[in-house]
Structures are given as C-alpha cells and as structure tokens.
Write a protein that binds this ligand. Sequence first.
Ligand SMILES: [Zn+2]
Length: 441
Amino acid sequence: MKTLLRNFDILTTSKSSPIKGGSLLVNGGRIVEVLETRSPVPEEGIERVIEGRGRLLIPGFVNSHTHLGMTLFRGFAEDLNLEDWLEKWIWPAEENLTPEEVYWGSALAAVESIKAGVTTVADMYFHMDQTAQALEDSGLRALISYGIIAPEMSSGGEEEVKTGLALVDDWDGAAEGRINAALSPHAPYTCGDDVLTELSKAAEEKGVPIHTHLSETRDEVDRSVENFGLSPVARVEKLGLLENEVMAAHCVHVDEKDIEILADYRVLSLHNPTSNAKLASGIAPVAKMSTEGVDVGLATDGAASNNDLGMIKEMKLAAMLSKVSNGDPESLPVEAVYRMAVAEDVDGFGLGKLGKIEEGFKADLIAVDRNSSRWIPEYDPLSNLVYSGKSADVDMVMIDGKVVMEEGKVTTIDEAEVIEKVREIATKYGRIRQSKLSNTT
Ligand SMILES: [Zn+2]
C-alpha cells in the first residue's frame, strides 16, 4: 500500500534539524522517498494520505530488552533487590502462569508499547508462542526468544534448548518478516558452561542472535569470579558465546577489561536505567562504554521492575543518571540518548535497518503532537522530546507501513477486551500475593 505522509516536521536523523513541512512516501513497508519542504508531492497511485498538521515525525522507539508477559506482575513485588525480587516473589508466582495468561499479559504490553511509540521490542520470556501470537496480532516488530534456565545439559538443558530452538523454527521470519527469533540463555548465572556452549553453536548454525542478561548486579559478578575465576563477560567470551551477534542486557558491573571485550566482539549492550535503579542494581557506565566503542541500546526491562513500558521517560532517566554518576552535565546528551532509543546506530540483530527516516529504511514511524503546554516554547524539538515529552504525546504509530495507532487508539487489537482479561487474570495473582504477604508478616 502506497501511503503519503504530508506536511510533517520530519526528524530524519539525530544529527540534523527537522525538515519543516516535509512529506514522506511509504510503500511495501519501506520509506521510498523523503520530500523536502515545498517539494511537489506525488498524487499518483497514493492509496492513503496522512496529514501531519505540524506534528513531529520520528522513527519509532526500539525497546531492546523486555519481558512483555510480565505486565501481569506490574506492582506485584516492590522495593526489593534483584535476588529477593526474583527468587522470593517473581519465580514462584511465574510457576502458576498458563500460556493463555501470557498471551493476555503480552497483548496488554503490546497495547501499552504501541501507545508509547514503541515499534520494535526484543522480548525474552516463556510460553513464547503466545507472546509471538500477541505480537503478530498487535502489528509490532519483534525479536523474540525463550529464556533458557538450566544448570547443565544433562539436568534440564536438553529440554530447555529444544524449546528455545522450536521457537526459532516456528517463528523466525514470521508475520511477513516482522517477527524474528533469537536464542536466549537467561543469564550466565542461570546457565551452566555446557548449556552456554551448546547455545553458542546452535545460534551459529541457525544464524540467529543471542539475547541474554549480563553482569546485572555486583553479587552476580562476585559469585562468577568466586566460582569460575572470571567475570561473567570474560566467562561468556571464553565459552565462545560472543562469536555470535550478542545483545546483552544491563552490563551494569563491567570493568575496563570487560568493556574492551564487549567492544572487540561488537556486543550490543542494552541499558535499562529504571529497572537497574529500582532494584538498586546500579548504573551502567553507558557513556564510558560508548566512548570505548560499545554500541548501546535503550530498554525498559519487564513491567514488573519498571513499572511502565514507555521509552521517553527512559531516555530522560538514562541522561540524568549518566550526568549524576559521572558528575558531568555533558554526559549522555540529548542526541546520544535519542540515538539509543531509536536504535539509530544498530544494523543487524535480526532487526535490520531502523532508526532513521531515509530511503530504504523500514517505515516504522511515530507522529508526536507538540500542542500540549509541556512542549511550549520549542527551541529544540529533540530536547523537548527527551526532557519534557511524555508517552501520551505520541498520537500516530506506523509499523511496516501500516498504521497501528491513530489519535491515541490502537487499531490492531481491542484494548478494552485486553484490559478486561488482564483484570480477571490478576485476581488469581492478587490472591497469591495476599497469601505471601500474610505469611511473611
Ligand atoms: Zn530482563
């Protein structure tokens, strides 16, 4: 379908000022032509025209690390460290999850993500067939993976790897190429050496990326050094995992040597500032990693540790934390944090070319309304977007050339039905939470 987006202020890349009153031609899911101000606009063969009315047009946000199904546990266990949060609350509750519940939790996350201007998610969880289905239904672009947890191949590993591979076989390239799959050792601390080696080989054979958690807490690093004599980064390097395309969530506790390894292997480090702050895991040295040549993506992590899936506030927090932790107001400036949020520098990882409004790039676009008081005055739209914008300012979302949200309404799935289903499911987890609370007090 040939679509014309007319009279928008178009931010093509982080390095340029918006084209005032520009237009854009989209066809077959891709950007065909970017038309400068007052250029003649083609009329022939256009099936749909979207009027900009002065809105800002930017590439959609890429939430590079999340667990969509975890919206079911939003607000379930608060103000805990990662270990207590996972081991005492989240993992025991997750044992009760049914595939159908994960579908609805993922659908809720998909609605929330789209409304916040997210067009791509990298998701790792379980009952992933249901998440994949919700993603297909929603119209989102995604890199999905099953989170493998196994101490050894002989104790659960065989089965886990099989499940991970089945997801790749069933979904990689699905939904007209919108859904791709990765392999996910959940983390080096939840997977044995032989499981990590096996996954490394399998990823190479299948030609898919690896998506994992890495060096999230001080404790994880200390235990790794104690048990293996190596940091988690050095350990996965030794096991050959980094020979693949690797996306590593967190990288909070990485030293000079770790950063050198991440840069050498072109690992994409995924920064989750809210989740890391909330669980008191720490602040990833994002500015330092970037200077040393490590590419960084921005992410929300799951809704249970965030607690929302919006990327605008994530940009702001990333910038603020970097400035505070480095004592340097120039650390992680507006353009840098925006580039991370739209994955402007990322090419590959099953996601392809995203993050710029240029010919040949995917037509994953969002329109931002700048009429609310928080956008006035506007000396620099990018700084307003990062520092005063809100998810609610996004009012049109296009993914793969198709409009999936307009005037604040998601067009692909029924938001009211999803909300009703999740409220129903939450009564079960409310009971589980209540009985845990009464047992602990
Ligand atoms: Zn995570």
